[in-house]
Design a binder for this molecule. Structure first.
Ligand code: PMP
Length: 340
């Protein structure tokens, strides 16, 4: 394909990038799927497009209609951009703790932003619950109707990964893939890609990389949803089994503290030129753990979820890092490093 017919066709078909240091450290080939190269700079463009196409196919979304979603930001950015390209408006409900850069991008993309306090899922004021209620209200008043994207429990999300991410990885590795691992927000990426890869070859190991504060590592190792600690990463860390996670073929699970994930993000930028968000650090840390478990000579694929500039005010801000007790890399403190 020499050109893409609009932004929709520019979603997906992202390259697989070999991560040099992670591969050298483990004797494995560790590959990152460069999802930050999507038009909205994150993996969530895929879910946004899959959910919108599914709603269109079911006749739920009419031209000029409104798409409502609760999101840590990236899904909202995907929905807003895809919506602009296809003629829909978007209303995005976001916890106020998410990075300013994501909120700014949502406004730039024309979304109506509703900021809510960051409270747990059982609280009726949780961003997911608020977005569901708002969609039901707008469906009654909007002339062209409104839908709730409902990324957590709408399995069109994981279906998108079954149809795109999984087959792309299989084709790009020419079937030479031994493991796939990533973190979970909705579970769409892990479950969808995992289901697709197992259909190609059931021997491929599917792993969960869970941040502190999430309950899934406990669930997949003991059967109980329990969490402890916290993480500065955004967009990941789930406390329940979403519809997208039901029957996800997860073979192994690792819990990844920020102290392990965040230095990897800094190293990838400093030594490999990859500018990534915190969840990518959890994923690459998980890939390294899985590589050590499988042993040298294996090929492991993970997800490079989103672009790092989205987190300049937090993850790449020395003051913020110090306030969280995390180490600050020397180069982040220098202003004109080359001249000093
Ligand atoms: N990383 C980031 C930065 C995200 O925004 C998300 C989605 N919330 C994920 C990872 C996890 O993807 P999924 O929802 O498919 O589990």
């Amino acid at each position: 394909m020499a050109s893409r017919d609009g932004v929709i066709e520019a979603i997906g078909n992202t390259p697989l990038i070999k991560l040099k240091r992670a591969s050298e450290q483990t004797g494995c080939t560790i590959l990152g799927k460069a999802e930050f190269m999507n038009p909205g700079q994150s993996v969530k463009d895929r879910a946004a497009l899959a959910i919108i196409r599914d709603a269109e196919a079911k006749g739920l979304l009419r031209p000029g209609g409104v798409i409502v979603e609760g999101t840590a930001g990236n899904t909202g950015i995907g929905i807003a951009l895809v919506g602009n390209a296809l003629g829909y408006r978007s209303v995005i409900v976001i916890p106020e703790t998410q990075s300013q850069e994501k909120k700014d991008m949502l406004r730039l993309a024309g979304a109506t932003l509703v900021e809510v306090p960051a409270v747990g899922y059982i609280n009726p004021n949780n961003y997911v619950k608020v977005s569901g209620r708002l969609a039901a209200e707008l469906a009654k008043t909007e002339p062209n109707g409104a839908i709730w994207a409902n990324q957590f429990d709408n399995i069109a999300n994981r279906q998108g990964h079954i149809e795109t991410t999984g087959p792309e990885i299989w084709a790009q590795t020419e079937g030479q893939v031994d493991g796939f691992i990533c973190a979970v927000g909705t579970g769409g990426t892990l479950a969808g890609t995992g289901i697709a890869l197992k259909r190609f070859n059931p021997k491929i190991t599917i792993g969960l990389a869970d941040p502190m504060g999430a309950a899934l590592h406990s669930f997949y190792t003991t059967g109980e949803l329990k969490s402890e600690g916290s993480s500065i990463t955004e967009g990941i860390g789930q406390g329940r089994i979403t519809a997208n996670l039901v029957d996800a073929p997860i073979d192994v699970s690792f819990q990844i503290p920020d102290s392990e994930a965040i230095p990897i993000v800094f190293d990838l930028l400093e030594h490999e030129g990859l500018c990534l968000g915190g969840s990518s650090g959890v994923n690459v840390a998980g890939a390294i753990r899985l590589a050590r478990q499988l042993g040298p000579g294996h090929t492991i694929v993970t997800i490079l979820c989103d672009y790092g500039t989205r987190y300049q005010s937090k993850l790449f801000n020395p003051e913020f890092l110090r306030s969280k007790g995390l180490p600050v890399p020397g180069w982040l403190e220098r202003d004109a490093g080359v001249l000093k």
